[in-house]
Write a protein that binds this ligand. Structure first.
Ligand code: NDP
Length: 314
């Protein structure tokens, strides 16, 4: 297959708050940024409901709508936004090579990695088989399909707690499957869950199997304390057990921690490779907020701009 080669000064991979903010800054600095959105344009916020903690939206805003605003602002200053997936990179030279959809080869003076993070799964065969047929990692996207029905959700963090209360508004009954004797979620979220009458929290419980031929019609849950198995009659099964950074294609080139988060020089977005910057959730396992991602996207663009100036490229 012959590849089209394109040369750019600033390539941004990913289109969440980090990527769009990098794009706004890079475009205003006349770096003519090219952004490839990845498979989920807008990133994780496109699968959330209400965002109440992003400054500037005093009444809150829907996640997808906020990302449309980010996009419009990046486009306003001339960011070239394209749908495409970075599948391979070669950071061995001063020109950084990135392959998009295995057909386009981009040669970039600077690369800003804003690939974010993705939902984790339990790893059950039945979970994979029934994915999209009752199994989902996004209550906000798919909860509607289970209106008035009984559903289960696995996880005990803030995401699971938030999604359980969201589902409780739509569904008849929500079982929340928690693997330990307590929830990791913040106290306020825990209280909200425990005070919601149609949520039943199953502590010390793990999912043995998700049941159903063509679509979910139940789940087998095992209680580690009582050693009892229980069948839940649910038609929806939601997984909310955290995220992993989307950094696999960079692992041969960049330093990462044991979970795959890219290491940057503290206080900067610089990786160990000159001209390659990492921003947002791809390098942040601590804060993981839209606003911190946006802030680090800004850092990425400023660092890229400075690098291009110092290298005499721009
Ligand atoms: P977390 O990593 O905080 O929680 C993951 C949860 O999933 C944990 O309770 C964990 O259990 C459980 N879990 C992990 N693997 C399994 C498994 N194989 N089987 C069963 N359970 C499993 O992820 P979240 O997505 O909930 O949150 C990520 C970050 O985002 C957190 O910092 C959170 O505070 C923040 N957040 C904030 C919100 C807000 O402020 N409004 C909303 C949503 C998220 P265990 O506890 O036993 O490890």
């Amino acid at each position: 297959m012959s590849n089209a080669i394109e040369k750019v000064d600033c390539l941004i991979i990913g289109s969440g708050p980090a990527g769009y903010t990098a794009a706004i800054y890079a475009a205003r600095a006349a770096l003519k940024p090219v952004m490839y959105t990845g498979m989920q344009p807008g990133g994780q916020l496109t699968i959330t409901t209400e965002v109440e903690n992003y400054p500037g939206y005093p009444k809150g805003i829907q996640g997808p709508e906020m990302m449309e605003d980010f996009k419009a602002q990046a486009e306003r200053f001339g960011t070239d936004i394209r749908f495409g997936y970075a599948s391979k990179v070669d950071f061995s030279g001063t020109i950084h090579k990135v392959w998009i959809d295995e057909t386009t080869e981009v040669h970039a003076n600077t690369v800003i990695i804003a690939t974010g993070a993705s939902a984790k799964w339990l790893g059950l065969h039945s979970e994979e088989r029934l994915n999209g047929f009752g199994v989902s990692a996004c209550a906000v996207c798919d909860g509607f399909f289970f209106k008035g029905q009984d559903v289960a959700i696995v996880g005990a963090g803030d995401t699971a707690a938030e999604e359980a209360t969201y589902l409780a508004k739509l569904c008849k009954k929500v079982y929340m499957i928690v693997r330990r004797g307590e929830m990791r979620a913040s106290k306020a979220m825990r209280q909200r869950v425990l005070n919601t009458p149609n949520i039943e929290v199953l502590f010390d419980s793990e999912t043995k199997e998700i049941l159903g031929e063509k679509s979910v019609d139940g789940a087998l849950i095992y209680n580690n304390k009582t050693k009892q198995e229980r069948k839940l009659d649910v038609t929806g099964f939601f997984v909310a057990i955290g995220h992993q950074p989307n950094t696999a294609i960079f692992k041969d080139w960049l330093e990462m921690d044991e979970s795959g988060y890219i290491k940057t020089i503290p206080g900067t977005s610089k990786t160990k490779i000159k001209g390659v910057f990492a921003v947002g959730d791809a390098q942040d396992k601590v804060y993981r907020q839209a606003v911190t991602a946006a802030g680090s996207g800004c850092m990425g663009a400023l660092d890229a701009e400075r690098y291009l100036a110092e290298a005499g490229i721009h």
